[in-house]
Design a protein around this ligand. Sequence first.
Ligand code: NAD
Ligand code: IPM
Ligand code: MN
Length: 348
Amino acid sequence: MTRRIVRMAGDGIGPEIMTAAGRVLDAAAEKFRLDLSFQDCLFGGVAVDETGTPFPADTESACKAADAVLLGAVGGPQYDSLPPEQRPEKGLLAMRKALGVYANIRPVRNIPALAGRTAFRDGHLDGVDIVVIRELTGGIYFGAKDRGDDWATDECRYTTSEIERIVRRAGDMARQRKGRVTSVDKSNVLMTSKLWREVTTRVMAEEYPDVTLDHMLVDAMAMKLISSPADFDVIVTENMFGDILTDEASMLVGSIGVLPSASMGDDGPGVFEPIHGSAPDIAGQGKANPIGMIASIAMMLETGLGEPETAAAITAAIDAAIEAGDVTGDLGGALSTDAAADAIARRV
Ligand code: NAD
Ligand code: IPM
Ligand code: MN
């Protein structure tokens, strides 16, 4: 059976990492005899340029008909002055909503060969193995927005059912891991966070009594992620806190260029993309690290397409390339985006 993959390379370094990572997927598909078909779709700033809108209807229907969606990154300074509705980032939010991918899974695993590249002293990162479950289709990103001459407002709204379903994702994930969930909120100030904490406490007590639950305020979590990162297993949090904390957490690994993500709903295709953006500061220079994109492909194979063996081969190839120092400059190597991807492809 042919599995249909929609590729949306996007903007900035998006096309560079998508093309380079594609060669790793080709190598893996050949070795494991996977039958994959690809459709490239316009999305983000490049879609604005060609069609006037960041998430064209054709792209939306292709995504909905696909078995999985691969995304590079979107955005760039040339689009920053567009009206809000036309911004590439708005297309990203619209795509997540349209596909119902409310659970954004962002693993953060210490890679021993990179520990020396981080800002942390020897041993501090030993045992760091975290999965952040970020709520992706609610909260302040999606509330009513308005502005006048001298005021602006962004509504933050969560419903009980939105919180219940993401908490269940965290509980399920913890059961496959160390059995601990840390829920992050700002319940000392925000009404949405009070609801978040109430619902989390109830769902975990009723449905996951075997999983240990802790709560932490987001400001304290920003500190604890740095001071004691090995203490955490599964972290579950709302949309904006999860966005910020995962960029922070990338520094536990060594570069934002290596962190992947999977965005899942209850049915339909998942969306697989690195957590970084379009990196306009390095676009077009062959400097972008393709590992975040390649590791997202591994997540697609494992979580989205049910091919864990192929996913494991890609992950092992990434680790081997890192071990050998066959990496881009952000990780202290000297390879270009293409050469770093080829170093992984030939190890698959
Ligand atoms: P960014 O993640 O693009 O870049 C932050 C820093 O990390 C930059 O110094 C960049 O060079 C570096 N970096 C990022 N990815 C890298 C990689 N693969 N290899 C090596 N270095 C890498 O964040 P930003 O600069 O704040 O945002 C740039 C644009 O991207 C904005 O328009 C923003 O809205 C957009 N953005 C899009 C996504 C997405 O598509 N999912 C995510 C974040 C930001
Ligand atoms: C991400 C990005 C997006 C987000 C932006 C570009 C809307 O930062 O995917 O992490 O905040 O979700
Ligand atoms: Mn982000």
